[in-house]
Write a protein that binds this ligand. Sequence first.
Ligand code: ADP
Ligand code: MG
Length: 394
Amino acid sequence: MSKKSIEDIDVSGKIILMRVDFNVPLDKGLVRDDARIRAVLPTIQSLLSRDARLVLASHLGRPKGEPKEELKMNPVASRLSEILGKPVKKLDQVVGASVNKAIKNMKNGEVLLLENLRFEKGEEENDPRFAKQLAEPVDIFVNDAFGTAHRAHASTTGISAYIPAVAGLLMKKEIEELTRCLDNPVRPMSVILGGAKVSDKINVMRRFLQLADYLMVGGGMANTFFAAKGYAPGASFYEKELVDEAASIITESEKSGCRLVLPVDLVVTREIKAGSDSKVVEPDQVNDHWKAVDIGPGTAKLFSSYIAESAMIVWNGPLGVFETAPFDQGTGQVAREVAKSRAYSVVGGGDLVAALEGLDLADEISFISTGGGATLEFWEGKELPGISVLQDSG
Ligand code: ADP
Ligand code: MG
């Protein structure tokens, strides 16, 4: 990796401010899912075992620059303390004299959690004064919040103007694994893109058309491609403004070495509701008042045949409206094929990860990225501000 990580620096006795993504779902004042806390445990444990003094900082929800009782970090501190098996001191402020004092009193191997970063307006505005206040009581900045690396906030970029900045172990792993798909494709390489919108993923699509052997498209995105082919969309979700882009992607794919694979059949319904009438039709046979909500069984089989021969699989976005059964079947069938495959597989995107967890298949994936937007921007080849500011290695 071209960036320095905590493995490259001396941390003993140093005060470290580590940006983490503890933006966890809460339920009645308790952490409902602690996956994001567990994801940074290796970094926390490495730093503590090397006698660092660790100050953790995260955002939680969208308080928009003002304190909100229900978005305080207390439940996160309790959960982290349980997992670590040691006390985690939670402060009620983000910056200021009381924070500086508490940090000054820390001993080697201690952990402290600041209040929600987004209680402060300066955080999202990337206000240099606020960034300087954050940096003031600490020696080193560690970024382990890959999921917010595409945002230039005080705690992801601004702070690096004042103290040395390096990657945590999760950040390092994200960079390495996501880069692997771009720099070292193992062939045949399949990319599967789903989800609702072409507009979210157009640049990623173009990038992978240059890299992959097969690019399979499902979900609501596919409807925009069918509109580009001149098929009537019925009542399907599609993006009118992106029909021309979709047409140009079809043309580009013909000149690329990558095969663009669109669905050969679709599940259509009149209403997205459990138990509503549905049927399987060919993509140019979607009638008025019917909407395409999933790939059909023929498509799942076709996608599976490409997956079965692949050595690398990249997947982003569910292939149907998976939240409403039975329109989760296409995603499920393809997920089982990916799980069964011995290929190196990488999955990104919140909704697809939720779908895979629901299917109990997440453990079968080689690498699950913790980013949504950040993962897509990384694959697009954009420089993520939270990564750019980290010190270069070597
Ligand atoms: P991810 O978070 O995995 O990147 P997206 O956010 O891009 O995925 O898209 C997920 C959403 O796409 C889901 O809410 C799902 O219901 C929706 N979706 C999938 N297929 C369709 C479809 N055919 N019509 C409308 N919405 C769809
Ligand atoms: Mg999503």
